[in-house]
Design a protein around this ligand. Sequence first.
Ligand SMILES: Cc1ncc(COP(=O)(O)O)c(C=O)c1O
Length: 418
Amino acid sequence: MLLSPDLLATVRDRFHHVDSCPFQGPRVFFENAGGSLTLKAAVERTAELMALPDNQGRTNIASQELGKVIARGREDMFTLFGASSGRVFIGETGTELLGRLIRNAIWATGGAHIVGSQLEHPATYSPCRRWAPLAHKQYTQVPFDPETSVVTIDQYRPALGPDVGVATIIHASPVTGMHVDVAAIAGEIRSRAPDCFIVVDGIQHAAHGRIDVDDYDIDAYVVSGYKLFSRHNFGVAWVSERLAHIPHDQLDGSPPDSWELGTRDASAYAAFSEVVRYLEWLGTQSGGSPSDDSRHLIERAAVAIRGHEHAIVDAMMHGTPDAPGLAQIEGVSVVGPVNSEHRAGMVSFEVDGHDGPAAVDALNAAGVRTHARRRDYYSAGILVPLGVESCVRASISHYNSIAEVEQMLHVVADLAPS
Ligand SMILES: Cc1ncc(COP(=O)(O)O)c(C=O)c1O
């Protein structure tokens, strides 16, 4: 269900650059998988804290305040991740965190086999490809199903056995928008290899629905600040107690479960907290009460976000009374199945007569920001099995409107050969 027009207007007002780019002027933003819009509150709080010269771990009052900001940030991370145990920490980016976690898990495991899937982002499969052979382990990337464009236990199962030491799962694809069933895949992996370290890339999923780490039976989950209404230059990882304690890159003499490398940027923790405050607020606007606990409100917000995004993707795919949808416009082909329970937050498509980059440029010139996916090192692993050379990726968020979808559909209809 769409957010009410009043609520949508209030939501949009909480973000920077919603309908206009400071360089280009008015534009529709369908590049949310590249990086979401940024909450004004996250920018304000970042600026406030970045101005402070103080370091953490001192007895002065400013240092103590920074310590509280960081502690609150960690608490908010646990709540957002739905995690009641383990550790959370910030790293440079999602790529850096996934690389570090996977590298250390590969060296720590006694298992001889590392397993992931071809749906994954290079941030996951690159460290597997690099470190598995160096640690004398075998790496297998199971295929995804090109019909559904998702990976399930059916594809993982043949690669699983008691010798699997590290397994990776992508929660949602940044090329097709398809979401996978993390709990089911993790459950299957765990049943075959109980001691396996299971690492999940939640970077594309995080802005589109809830995260339930306690329900997944995994060892690590990673998100990126700039894909989740916050800002660049930090990612957040949750790790299980077990993974927290493996030998890993850290300062000599620091606690064995510490994964933080160097001085913390309190402003990043604070920016993350602003995201959680925003989701709590959205929860109160979506049936929750201000007296409800934070997790409950976040779950309410996730339902509202999913409902709105579902309606937006539906309009993109099937059209509105004023504009035919991508599935109806002649000369347009959608990447992946038109109707899929797995799709959320994104439609990628091809326009006959235009390669992906050319179609993206044409859309951009008409004030619609999207992104091209082509057979480069980010997307080839997915586009090649799907038989797609290049495509347009229109990625949405809960602050997008039906009017913006219609604007895009009109441009695509003009572009497509009739
Ligand atoms: C699914 C997925 N994983 C990993 C990454 C890399 O994240 P970061 O840019 O934070 O390194 C991205 C970025 O697009 C992504 O979509």
